[in-house]
Design a protein around this ligand. Structure first.
Ligand code: GDP
Ligand code: MG
Length: 329
């Protein structure tokens, strides 16, 4: 795709007007690794500002638990209530599998046809670091386009859950009905990140198992250390059926109640501020590291100093100090 130099100036008003095609184009722009595209992306983000805010909800769960089905039903319910819903995906595995969103698109058939919804699959061939930047910039773009709920879906792979938790206001874990022994399989770290656990598939034959599993998780959550950002009763476990569209309204009410409490107590804004600072620092750090690789002069200097150190001509600390001084110029 080509982007003319006036891309930022052209796209900004269209995004602010809520035009989905402009939004999609802008996300393609922030996904691009090209230096000129990066400059345009930054210019665009600068133009759009940070005034508009959505409720950012992270949703995680192992493949097959029903994330896509849930997003479809939950998203349709939100749209029905007058919300504008954006769905983004963080899927590190799609880099290898070539994109698992193909199956997802068919499960989000109704939502993808809704004018008030925007669904963006995760790009293939992205490093997790690149995914982080691309996703948080995509979130800003969706907010600028007036989407007031942004759902970020991720599979429970590697660091992707932590990453999504670091860019969302609420972190929801979707679980399948299971026997009591399987409960042990959930990593403690992930339980500690969850604001709510939704036990999905509470329908038909699976309903009794789902209710038992919900009670098990509720018990496990009560054993965790109380976090300052939680009101009484949270984190909580509830049973839902994405397929039968049951329990979704209650789950949404719980999410809203939690968000409202955190807003009133100042936790909400504090967390946003911490996240913004975190991503700023990450960006600077990554930018500096990238220069070691992309800047030919810096690379040559690294090579030369590295050889001098290896040959015993210069002490590592001395060479490093020289290198860091070179980076400041
Ligand atoms: N019984 C039942 N099946 C469900 C429910 N939600 C999803 N499924 C089924 O579980 C399978 C995986 O769902 P999917 O949404 O693709 O899971 P994902 O991999 O987490 O995105 C599909 O066959 C769905 O029809 C539910 O609430 N109840
Ligand atoms: Mg899916």
């Amino acid at each position: 795709m080509t982007f003319s130099p006036e891309t930022a100036a052209d796209l900004a008003p269209r995004i602010l007007a809520g035009e989905r095609r402009a939004l999609a184009r802008a996300i393609t722009l922030v996904e691009s690794g090209r230096a000129d595209h990066r400059a345009q992306a930054t210019a665009l983000l600068d133009r759009l500002g940070t005034a508009k805010k959505a409720l950012r909800i992270g949703l995680s769960g192992t493949p097959g638990v029903g994330k896509s089905t849930f997003i479809e039903s939950f998203g349709m319910m939100l749209v029905g209530q007058g919300h504008r819903v954006a769905v983004l995906a963080v899927d590190p595995s799609s880099a290898r599998s070539g994109g698992s969103i193909l199956g997802d698109k068919t499960r989000m058939e109704r939502l993808s046809r809704e004018p008030a919804a925007f669904i963006r699959p995760s790009p293939s061939q992205a490093q997790l670091g690149g995914v982080a930047r691309r996703t948080r910039e995509a979130v800003s773009l969706c907010e600028a386009a007036g989407f007031d709920v942004v759902l970020i879906e991720t599979v429970g792979v590697g660091q992707s859950e932590t990453l999504v938790a670091e860019m969302t206001d609420l972190f929801i874990l979707l679980m399948a009905p299971a026997g009591g022994d399987e409960l042990q399989g959930v990593k403690r770290g992930i339980m500690e990140m969850a604001d709510m656990i939704l036990v999905n598939k509470a329908d038909g034959d699976l309903k009794p198992a789902a209710l038992r599993t919900m009670a098990d998780y509720a018990g496990a959550l009560r054993l965790l250390r109380r976090r300052p950002q939680d009101p009484e009763g949270f984190p909580k476990a509830v049973a839902v059926s994405a397929l039968a569209e049951e329990g979704l309204k209650t789950a949404w009410e719980d999410m809203q109640a939690l968000a409202a409490w955190r807003r009133a107590q100042g936790h909400f804004d504090r967390r946003r501020a911490e996240q913004a600072r975190h991503w700023f620092e990450t960006e600077v750090r990554e930018g500096l590291l990238a220069r070691l690789v992309t800047d030919p002069a810096i690379r040559a200097r690294m090579q030369a100093l590295g050889s001098a150190v290896a040959a015993g001509q210069t002490a590592p600390a001395v060479a490093a100090a020289e290198m860091l001084a070179a980076l400041q110029r």
